[in-house]
Design a protein around this ligand. Structure first.
Ligand code: 5GP
Length: 179
């Protein structure tokens, strides 16, 4: 496996697709035990979670639904307010058992906003599945119920994650090379 260059930065292989698939299968088993008869609604956060959502949902053999949402960031009335709004709901979340699928929890700010907005729709329950968690970077203590891998506080790309638009299609996860 080779070192790759994206824009101006070098990345080396970090978590290979085989490992990812094994972990995804285990998470699917855990979810299956808990949700088999609940018809849960998976809510995948675009763009980064598209690969995890596709692989995870292929492993889910019971009745469930999936919907895709996006976080749109825009400036609030004050230039310092960065407001993150969740857009793209097509189903009602009220009284549903919701499982949010996210690519990575870094500071936790995005997930904090997502959870607030999902809870505003009065779901029956909410759980969070994230492929990656940078525990040391967490500033906002958010719930993470199903975690693919806990990783160091380094920049990663691949398997849905991009660097300035590039790298989402890579089957493996790569980490930025230290200088
Ligand atoms: P948070 O709000 O938790 O600080 O950040 C979450 C978002 O930041 C993720 O959904 C992702 O888009 C981006 N992000 C955080 N860390 C990384 C990383 O190491 N690589 C990439 N490609 N994006 C990241």
């Amino acid at each position: 496996m080779n070192i790759i260059k994206i824009h101006d930065r070098l990345f080396e292989p970090f978590i290979l697709n085989d490992q990812i698939q094994k972990r995804v299968k285990l998470i699917a088993e855990e979810i299956s035990k808990e949700y088999e008869y609940k018809n849960p609604l998976f809510l995948a956060v675009l763009n980064g979670a598209f690969m995890l959502a596709a692989d995870l949902l292929r492993e889910i053999q019971f009745q469930s639904e999936i919907s895709f949402v996006k976080i749109s960031s825009y400036q609030g009335t004050k230039s310092t307010d960065s407001i993150k709004e969740l857009i793209g709901f097509t189903e009602s979340l009220t009284d549903r058992d919701v499982i949010i699928i996210e690519d990575i929890v870094d500071t936790g700010l995005s997930m904090k906003h997502i959870l607030e907005q999902v809870h505003a729709h009065k779901p029956a329950s909410v759980k969070v599945a994230t492929l990656l968690l940078k525990k040391a970077a967490l500033k906002h203590p958010v719930q993470t119920d199903y975690i693919g891998f806990e990783i160091e506080n380094k920049f990663v790309v691949g398997y849905g994650l991009d660097y300035d638009g590039v790298g989402r299609n890579l089957p493996h996860i790569y980490v930025e090379r230290s200088a």
